[in-house]
Design a protein around this ligand. Structure first.
Ligand SMILES: Nc1nc2c(ncn2[C@@H]2O[C@H](COP(=O)(O)OP(=O)(O)OP(=O)(O)O)[C@@H](O)[C@H]2O)c(=O)[nH]1
Ligand SMILES: [Ca+2]
Length: 522
């Protein structure tokens, strides 16, 4: 009644204030007609009441949701992995829960996963190791912003550097790592010095393999049904898969998941990442040009014709890695098939020293690729740039590369106005290098549907970043250490020969890598 009374009061202004003069009608009648007019809800009052109720409901929802989120964040554990790559340094912040002794990950949602990338990579500070502290500090601040204050000291942080750093002398690596350790020690996170290291290429490959098969749900299943990874990074390329051939022990790793053992071929081709290989090509062309007779013109088949490095320009002039690459006797003359054979020469360097029954790249053994593969990083970036479809992408890469390499630089600049020169300049070489690596060297058929380019996997699109694999293994290992003794966990060893391993793999190799049945909240 009250409400209708309120409604009626709001409907008509004159109803709201008692009239100064009283109408002489029977009081009862007057009351009933007054009561009647006051009970009739006005449209405006209905709307106001609805808005008011919605506002209250929203406020209640917001309070509960914030409380839920806070609770959820508080119940989460956190771990941070800093990936020290050659072209950039990235911080990955993971939130996870422990349920009946098992880590439960969910790589979606802000509180479960966040990352930040800074350029250049740590290896760029070779001449000024102290400079590395700036990006590490910035990444630490980013990570601290994702972890509740009270959780910092129980949340571990590790820095794992890859090929860019592997290419530096050990003493230079150590100086840069020491700068990073100093920052990490005072970060507030749980950190010990050995958690900042340069990981081996095969570790990097294994981590990528773990996150891919984790995302695809093939961990724990038939080894021959797992998916291999071929990753074209900046300074290195990784090939990691379960081979049915015999694998020499220096390339062999064993991971046990549940009661399944995976014997994995994992190798990282150092200096054969895309940027490093392109740099190698430019060096060899420069040397040719420098030694050519004065009239001899050396041509670069991997740079579209018409590209001229204007030595006098400021700003726009592209200073390619190292000193300027184009002298008068070296000219850009883009030609895909010549670029492809130049790339093949780089990939086959050292083949004559192959000590195995066969070497697909250089003097390194690689079993014949079998099963499905995900081709990541530059395989993905370049396929996206050319707009290739999943199906027959490798044969389409040839067509796209022929058109791009054979085009004129000025036309390409018009076609791709948003691209910086130094990025656009890489796609001719990249297309040729990809075909030469996968098809000419590793023997992938041009129409092989088993090799797909990707940057994520699984229904929920988990990023194919080896750092996630490192987190999964590290958390599985740490959890099984602290889980209850009755819990079933199978020990696995990672066999490691002939190369340094990072601390975590060492520990697991010695003490067993315990990977439980990780429940993944996908
Ligand atoms: N075309 C293109 N290339 C990209 C993009 N982002 C990264 N890259 C290239 O992809 C490669 C990055 O692969 P990563 O594995 O991250 O390389 P990295 O970690 O910096 O180097 P590594 O130490 O060899 O692992 C580098 O060659 C980058 O130049 C992009 O958006 N477009
Ligand atoms: Ca990388």
């Amino acid at each position: 009644m009250q409400r209708s009374h309120a409604r009626s009061r709001l409907k008509n202004k004159s109803d709201m204030d008692p009239p100064l003069h009283v109408h002489h009608t029977q009081p009862g009648r007057q009351r009933s007609s007054l009561a009647k007019s006051k009970c009739k809800p006005t449209k405006k009052s209905i709307i106001l009441v609805i808005i008011g109720s919605l506002a209250i409901a929203l406020a209640l929802f917001f309070v509960c949701y914030t409380f839920f989120l806070r609770n959820r964040k508080v119940s989460l554990r956190y771990s941070v992995v800093i990936d020290g790559g050659s072209s950039g340094t990235r911080a990955h912040v993971f939130g996870y829960r422990i349920e009946s002794g098992n880590p439960v990950f969910d790589f979606r949602g802000d509180e479960s996963y966040a990352s930040m990338k800074l350029s250049p990579g740590l290896s760029s500070y070779a001449d000024n190791p102290e400079g590395a502290s700036v990006s590490v500090k910035e990444l630490v601040e980013f990570a601290k912003g994702r972890v509740p204050e009270g959780k910092l000291k129980e949340s571990d942080i590790r820095l794992m550097a890859t090929a860019g750093m592997r290419l530096l002398e050990l003493s230079v690596q150590e100086r840069i790592l020491e700068v990073a350790r100093r920052v990490l020690r005072s970060s507030g996170f749980k950190f010990q010095d050995e958690s900042a290291s340069v990981i081996s290429g095969s570790d990097e490959g294994i981590y990528a393999w773990v996150v891919a098969n984790h995302a695809l749900g093939s961990l724990g299943g038939d080894p021959l049904q797992t998916t291999g990874i071929v990753e074209l990074g900046g300074a290195s390329t990784q090939v990691t898969f379960v081979s049915s051939e015999h694998v020499p022990s220096e390339f062999s790793r064993t991971i046990t998941y549940g009661n399944v053992s995976y014997r994995i071929y994992s190798h990282s081709f150092l200096n054969l990442g895309q940027d490093a290989a392109h740099e190698k090509l430019w060096e060899s062309l420069n040397n040719l040009a420098a030694n050519s007779t004065e009239k001899g013109i050396v041509t670069d088949p991997c740079t579209p014709k018409g590209y001229i490095l204007d030595k006098n320009s400021t700003g726009e002039g592209i200073v390619l890695p190292g000193e300027s690459k184009f002298t008068d006797s070296l000219q850009a003359a883009g030609n895909f098939s010549k670029c492809r054979s130049a790339a093949f020469t780089i990939l086959q360097e050292g083949k004559e020293k192959c000590p195995y029954k066969h070497c697909s790249i250089g003097s390194t053994f690689t079993p014949n690729l079998r099963g499905s593969f995900l081709a990541t990083e530059n395989f993905f970036h370049t396929s996206k740039f050319f707009g290739l479809r999943e199906k027959d992408w490798l044969s389409e890469m040839i067509i796209a590369g022929e058109s791009f390499c054979g085009d004129d630089w000025s036309r390409l600049k018009v076609k791709h106005p948003t691209f910086k020169d130094e990025s656009l300049l890489r796609y001719c070489f990249s297309s040729a290098y990809i075909v030469s690596m996968l098809h000419d060297s590793l023997g992938v058929a041009l129409d092989d549907q088993r090799v797909e380019f990707a940057s994520e996997a699984g229904e929920k699109g988990i990023p194919l970043d080896w750092a996630l694999g490192a987190f999964i293994l590290n958390t599985a290992t740490a959890t099984s250490d602290s889980s209850d003794p009755h819990e079933k966990h199978i020990c696995g060893q990672i066999h490691k020969k002939h190369s340094s391993v990072d601390q975590m793999v060492n520990q697991s190799a010695n003490r067993c890598l315990q990977i439980n049945n990780l429940d993944v909240l996908l």
